[in-house]
Design a protein around this ligand. Structure first.
Ligand code: MCA
Ligand code: AMP
Length: 517
């Protein structure tokens, strides 16, 4: 019997490590600085993987992780891949109700949380059927590290086929709760390899890239796009536990690549130390996860002499399009997300499903080896999001210009993107609607100078009830992650509706457009 080819993503990433295993792979910028070598990555992931192997987990076990960003948490992610299990990252901002949903939906065998949350979340996880709960702090503490030190630093990576699951990333949806996008080893590896050559990642022997890693690692951008790129190229990472504009500006002279959501570029522009001189060793600035305003694109070029490369992706598809890296492939055009990446097909169709003529607006659909395997435990939802021929409906609305550049003009999905985080209005509305005295609510996104979009809620009181906006916000903060909590709330007597009775969110958006612009 012939064995399927091994596509374990960890094995492929490890093949990118440099020959000099004692060179620094990751340098932490937060005090005190720590230096992790490539050998440290090899050994620590082996120890974590051996710990996981000792737990006798079922095949395909999900390992859910809600911890603050640390190098150890990245190493644990790599170890989950190495051991052949399925990684499920969760934003540390999520509150108990949100965690209960994810654990209930994904049924992880293992849950890892911050030491400070252990008492509360271990009870929650055990009652939902999780077998093992560990803690991992951002200060090198916690039971996960303590246990792992007892295991061997040799481990033979599990063989994994292209279609086997590597990770589940929860993403917002237009109705109901979040859906877990199932990403396979093949999805993540094909995308990582494409980006490695498309963005010209430089190996140590070719001059060696240095990446400033300042993004969270519970989403596609920081966990996959940034980390995979550096690991696969054997490139060093300068590691920040959280983004800080002054620190990043100070690091630029030591770096060559930076990735950020548009808010990070807006904040960098607020630093007087962001100059052409500070950017002298930089090769590439990449932006994505939300629309980059043309004014930010222009101001950045003016200030630094660098043209930001904007790209477009989704949790379900990893990266889809990119502006050219190499000038011979074309210019980087502000206001566009570039061209489909090699191997990715992208088309624009109208409502009845006809391809629109070039330049006209329609729904963006995509196909390729990067497109996910479906939503965890939601076969019906999965079916709804695909059309014949394996095309995935992105929910984004756009057009393709005469030169093939894709322009995203809006979204058909009711979604707000605030500082690169997705907020799903239906979720906030349902939490608000359950609150005493609330008859109904509508949540919209309005322009925000820092976050791109800000969440705003409009609420109607039940007859006879007196609603206090500040009290509603305080109550929301106990139920949902803070970044989802509206930046403003208005109590009104009624919501604007059209003749069909549908709430006219566009009127609400227009009414509050100038709030934070
Ligand atoms: C923090 N706050 C926010 C946000 N972030 N409010 C709205 N939107 C946000 N994004 C609130 C907090 O809840 C808190 O409120 C207050 O701001 C201060 O919090 P703090 O943590 O200090 O904020 P910060 O450190 O300034 O964070 C801002 C940030 C961060 C650096 C822009 O949001 C961030 O790292 N964003 C990147 C997200 C990302 O990586 N997205 C990629 C998704 P309070 O005071 O009330 O408590 S992957 C993806 O989209 C696809 C696949 C793709 O294409 O990449
Ligand atoms: P997520 O659910 O976090 O995977 O977010 C994916 C969504 O982010 C996409 O469907 C787009 O709406 C949006 N997005 C990602 N990159 C860009 C970009 N460069 N410009 C505009 N929107 C983007």
């Amino acid at each position: 019997m012939t064995q399927a080819a091994d596509t374990n993503l960890f094995t492929a990433l490890r093949a990118g490590f440099p020959a000099e295993l004692d060179a620094t792979a990751i340098e932490t910028i937060d005090e005190p600085p720590l230096f992790y070598t490539w050998r440290d990555i090899e050994r620590a992931t082996a120890m974590f993987a051996n710990l996981l192997a000792s737990l006798d987990l079922p095949a395909g076990a999900r390992i859910a992780v809600q911890v603050d960003k640390s190098v150890e948490s990245l190493l644990f992610y790599l170890a989950v891949l190495r051991a052949g299990f399925v990684y499920l990252p969760l934003n540390p901002a999520y509150k108990s109700d949100e965690i209960a949903y994810f654990i209930g939906n994904a049924g992880p065998s293992v849950f890892v949380c911050a030491p400070k949350d252990f008492a509360r979340l271990s009870a929650l996880a055990f009652s939902a059927g999780t077998t093992f709960v560990f803690s991992l702090g951002d200060d090198h503490g916690g039971s996960l590290l303590e246990r792992a030190t007892h295991f061997s630093d040799h481990h033979v990576a599990a063989r994994r086929g292209r279609d086997e699951l590597a990770a589940i990333v929860y993403t917002s949806g237009t109705t109901g709760r979040s859906k877990g996008a199932m990403l396979t080893h093949g999805n993540l590896l094909s995308n990582a390899l494409t980006l490695k050559s498309f963005w010209g990642w430089r190996r140590p022997e070719d001059g060696g890239d240095v990446l400033i890693h300042a993004l969270p690692i519970f989403h596609v951008h920081g966990l996959f796009v940034a980390s995979h790129g550096a690991l696969l190229a054997g490139a060093k990472m300068l590691w920040l536990a959280r983004f800080n504009a002054a620190k990043v500006a100070a690091l630029l002279p030591r770096a060559s690549v930076f990735m950020g959501v548009p808010t990070l570029y807006v904040r960098l522009l607020g630093e007087a130390s962001l100059t052409k001189q500070a950017c002298r060793s930089m090769r590439l600035f990449i932006s994505g996860s939300a629309p980059l305003l043309l004014e930010t694109f222009d101001a950045f070029r003016e200030r630094t002499g660098h043209t930001i490369l904007e790209r477009y992706g989704m949790s379900e598809t990893v990266m889809l399009t990119s502006n050219p890296y190499d000038a011979k492939d074309g210019e980087r055009r502000g206001g566009t997300v570039g061209l489909p990446l090699p191997g990715v097909e992208l088309r624009v169709r109208d409502e009845p499903g006809r391809l629109v003529p070039q330049g006209e607006i329609g729904s963006i659909e995509v196909r390729g080896p990067n497109v996910f395997a479906g939503y965890w435990g939601m076969p019906e939802k999965t079916k709804e999001e695909f059309v014949e021929g394996g095309w995935f409906k992105t929910g984004d609305v756009g057009r393709i210009d005469a030169d093939g550049y894709v322009v995203i003009v809006g979204r058909s999905k009711d979604l707000i993107i605030s500082g690169g985080y997705n907020v799903y209005p239906a979720e906030i509305e349902s939490v608000l609607n359950e609150m005493p005295g609330v008859a109904e609510s509508a949540v919209v996104g309005v322009p925000h100078a820092d976050f791109g979009e800000a969440v705003v809620a409009v609420v109607v009181a039940r007859p006879g009830a007196a609603l206090d906006g500040a009290a509603l916000l305080a109550a929301l903060k106990t139920r949902i992650a803070n970044f989802k909590v509206p930046k403003a709330i208005f109590v009104v007597s009624e919501l604007p509706r059209n003749a069909m009775g549908k709430v006219q969110k566009n009127l609400l958006r227009d009414a509050h457009r100038a709030l934070f612009a």
